[in-house]
Design a protein around this ligand. Sequence first.
Ligand code: AMP
Length: 215
Amino acid sequence: MNIILLGPPGAGKGTQARHLVETRNMVQLSTGDMLREAKDSGTEMGNMVADVMARGDLVTDEIVIGLIREKLEDTTDHGGFIFDGFPRTLAQATALGELLEATGKPLDHVIQLGVDDEALVTRISGRSTCGNCGEVYHDVTKPQPADGKCEKCGASDFKRRADDNEESLRNRLMEYYKKTSPLLGYYYAHNMLTRVDGLADIKEVQNSIAKVLDA
Ligand code: AMP
């Protein structure tokens, strides 16, 4: 089963994707993670996209479609793909449709994580992750453990994203409304879209998604 998680920054796409990886042997394809990896390892492409990402602008379609194409070709033997943060433009959505068709894979569901903008600012401004396993923490709703060790893997290296600040977030939101939100109409028209309440408790969101996938 292959699905897209669609929603603005901070909607919980990454958190939900991680749960699906753990429970369903699915593979998370996050273009944001791939780009951050390229940036951190200082590849030519990584250096090219660093400023764009810091501002909260979108990287070119060509780059992210190339990243997804490579992963689709190289990854085998799993319970399906979760596209997280991709597609973000209509051109990316069209390219994904073509790539899946060419490799004989269906797109089964597009799940919209619905949230309101005010909540996003709060969520994003307190966010941090474990640098080892990627577990997500939040200063208010899920603080890092008092002993300084990740509750999942025990590592003590926590990270905050450089673009998780209010100015960049407002720009990321603007990009979302201008370029990504048209995809809701696109997938609705393709009869693939299901909306779940992304503001509900994490477990409730997990259950809502499970219902869609198991229907
Ligand atoms: P994310 O981790 O999904 O929030 O992505 C972080 C940043 O990476 C975004 O603000 C963009 O600059 C870039 N990015 C990630 N995915 C895409 C995409 N599909 N298209 C264009 N830019 C992307």
